[in-house]
Design a protein around this ligand. Structure first.
Ligand SMILES: *[C@@H]1O[C@H](CO)[C@@H](O)[C@H](O)[C@H]1NC(C)=O
Ligand SMILES: *[C@@H]1O[C@H](CO)[C@@H](O)[C@H](O)[C@H]1NC(C)=O
Ligand SMILES: *[C@@H]1O[C@H](CO)[C@@H](O)[C@H](O)[C@H]1NC(C)=O
Ligand SMILES: *[C@@H]1O[C@H](CO)[C@@H](O)[C@H](O)[C@H]1NC(C)=O
Ligand SMILES: *[C@@H]1O[C@H](CO)[C@@H](O)[C@H](O)[C@H]1NC(C)=O
Length: 571
């Protein structure tokens, strides 16, 4: 009995796992790929640039794990393994050219089996793969969002593998920056507050963006720390809730407490202009419900903490136009018993969300928008530095890859975070594999890359989903007072110049009309990229009561990071 109790306590704070087999070693990350069917453990070795996986599946036949470039089987790189009746482990590197049986990779073997065994009707195999194998028949395991596919057969292959039928699945997961969420038991008994919808009538429309303002809880006269939060998707609407974003409104914002805004986001984006640039957290389909903060820091609530309002943006996807659904989705913050050492804050880099910052031509495979945040921004960082722990990257539907480099003494030191692959539909709280310290004088180079092949019209910066954004938000501690973001846009003079205007009277309305009337051809789009590469920039340091700006005649040059030795594909 005592043994059972101890066991329950021990598994109490790890992710639920159903495999009866104990893993061969300990791993940094683990997740249940499919309840009662498939569990995955993995550790990324940044030095060796490889990943060791351990896959457990409820079968004594073959098991397979793949990395997919686009979501399905097409182009996927797949490791297939089994344990034979003698206990010998077999493993194959395969490649799927299409939604057909994957062929054996006849270039190089890049999935290497380490160990394997079968027990209680389950198969466990430990294997290793380089992040980037430089093999055209493999798929690089990129930073940012990865698509994992898995399948299994009921028997060991005789000759070739048999079809898995519906014994398959997929999962979006940031393999190199997984936050490894604990289960909720860890927080039971703690005080909490919630921002939750109240029987919101979800329209029978294909897409709905619903926004609602919430007031910070008033009951904490003394400052407390939230140590984790949980996204609570209404169980009746798991098929409709697509994503939820929580924004911090800056301290100057005032709302009528008796009539807090609540309605279609597009009707409110002006009122929310001091809210929507400070993202606090995001949950999207496939993301983890629980996010736990690092033990040394907490998110402040109550006392003299300045943030008084939050906005929740709900995105519902209702293609079947289901009527009469009521939604009570929300987010809960667990309050720690003790105050932690540091307050958490959020820093944002990127561009402003307007047309002067983002004007993206249609039918472009890759349009790059660079921005730069000079040392003026970081001058009030404490001498002892701040510590960045996680990254939330945010663009809208056209965003493909996003990243921010840390520049110190005109030299790129490392990426704060780089998502070589970004997918609007799967936005994660990416935990940095090692926290990164930032010091006064540090500078930041941010890049957002867009694809507009599906568009016939220009895409402009803005808050609506069909507009674009370039916002990269980092969670850090200790929170620095009066510091939010550093956003840039092309300088009005650069806009006047591209319009061949000599007058200094910049007229935003005229400029927008001019942009909207451009006839986009591939040549014009290519010239537009040059304009973006060379334009002078206006950088805005957004801080409450203290917005400052600086002009950069051009994007500063810096010594870049070494180029990766092999590149299997372009983005
Ligand atoms: C490898 O297999 C592919 C597809 O099955 C084939 O087109 C290619 O010629 C093979 N290459 C070698 C080196 O055998
Ligand atoms: C639902 O769609 C209709 C037609 O497109 C639109 O008029 C209406 O405003 C939408 N309702 C909501 C709540 O978004
Ligand atoms: C900055 O770089 C220059 C040239 O490489 C070097 O001489 C200088 O010591 C560096 N300064 C700091 C603070 O690292
Ligand atoms: C900007 O241009 C528009 C359209 O030409 C005009 O109506 C408006 O008065 C101008 N605004 C300013 C501030 O000059
Ligand atoms: C902003 O400035 C006003 C006036 O100077 C002051 O009353 C207010 O407290 C300031 N707000 C913050 C958040 O610093």
């Amino acid at each position: 009995m005592l043994f059972i109790v101890l066991l329950l306590v021990a598994i109490g704070d790890v992710v639920s796992i159903s495999s009866p087999i104990t893993p061969f070693t300990t791993y940094r990350y683990s997740t249940e790929l499919e309840k009662g069917i498939a569990d995955l453990w993995w550790t990324v070795d940044n030095g060796a640039k490889d990943i060791t996986f351990e896959l457990h599946m409820k079968t004594t036949g073959w098991v397979a794990l793949g990395i997919s470039p686009g979501g399905g089987m097409e182009g996927a790189d797949i490791g297939v393994g089994w344990v034979d009746t003698e206990g010998k482990v077999h493993f194959q590197d395969r490649h799927a050219f299409d939604f057909v049986k994957p062929v054996i990779d006849n270039t190089t073997e890049n999935w290497l089996a380490l160990r394997g065994r079968e027990s209680n009707g389950w198969t466990a195999i430990q294997f290793r793969r380089l992040l980037d194998t430089c093999d055209p028949m493999d798929v690089e395991i990129k930073s940012g969002t990865n698509v994992i596919i898995y399948a299994y057969g009921l028997t060991d292959p005789v000759g070739d593998i048999n079809y898995h039928q519906n014994r398959r699945g997929s999962r979006m997961i940031p393999l190199q920056s997984y936050a490894n969420p604990p289960t909720e038991n860890k927080f039971t008994g703690l005080d909490y507050f919630e921002f939750r919808l109240n029987n919101y009538a979800v329209p029978s429309n294909d897409t709905t963006y619903h926004c609602k303002v919430y007031k910070a809880p008033a009951r904490y006269s003394r400052k407390r720390h939230a140590i984790a939060h949980k996204t609570m998707i209404d169980p009746n609407n798991v098929d409709l809730v697509h994503h939820l974003v929580l924004y911090e409104c800056d301290q100057t914002v005032k709302f009528d407490d008796n009539n807090l805004p609540d309605g279609a986001c597009d009707d409110y984006y002006r009122e929310f202009s001091h809210c929507l640039s400070n993202t606090a957290t995001v949950w999207a389909v496939g993301g983890e419900e629980i996010v736990e903060f690092p033990t040394e820091a907490g998110y402040p609530v109550g006392g003299d903490f300045g943030i008084k309002y939050y906005v929740i943006e709900m995105h519902y996807n209702n293609p079947k136009l289901i009527p009469n659904r009521r939604d009570n989705t929300g987010i809960r913050f667990y309050i720690g018993k003790e105050l932690r050492q540091y307050d958490l804050g959020y820093l944002a880099f990127g561009t402003s969300s307007n047309a002067l910052a983002l004007t993206i031509p249609p039918k472009v495979d890759q349009f790059t928008v660079d921005s730069f945040c000079p040392s003026e921004f970081s001058k009030n960082f404490p001498e002892s530095g701040i510590t960045v722990v996680s990254a939330l990257l945010h663009a809208h539907l056209q965003g493909r890859s996003l990243g921010t480099k840390l520049i110190r003494n005109n030299t790129a030191v490392e990426y704060l975070f780089n998502a070589e692959r970004y997918d609007f539909n799967y936005q994660f709280d990416n935990r940095l594999s090692e926290p990164i310290k930032l010091y006064p004088g540090d500078e930041f180079a941010t890049r957002c890359v867009y694809n507009t092949m599906n568009k016939n019209e220009v895409t402009l910066g803005g808050q609506r989903t069909t507009d674009e954004m370039c916002s990269q938000i980092f969670t850090y501690y200790p929170r620095v007072k009066d510091l939010y973001g550093c956003f840039s846009m092309n300088h009005p003079d650069a806009w006047q110049a591209i319009r061949n205007r000599v007058s200094n009277n910049f007229n935003n309305t005229e400029m927008l009309d001019w942009i909207k009337n451009i006839e986009w051809t591939p040549t014009v789009a290519a010239q537009w990229q040059e304009f973006y590469n060379d334009a002078s920039r206006m950088v805005i340091y957004s801080a409450v009561n203290n917005t400052k700006s600086e002009i950069l005649a051009a994007l500063p040059k810096y010594k870049d990071l070494p180029i990766k030795s092999c590149q299997t594909e372009s983005i």
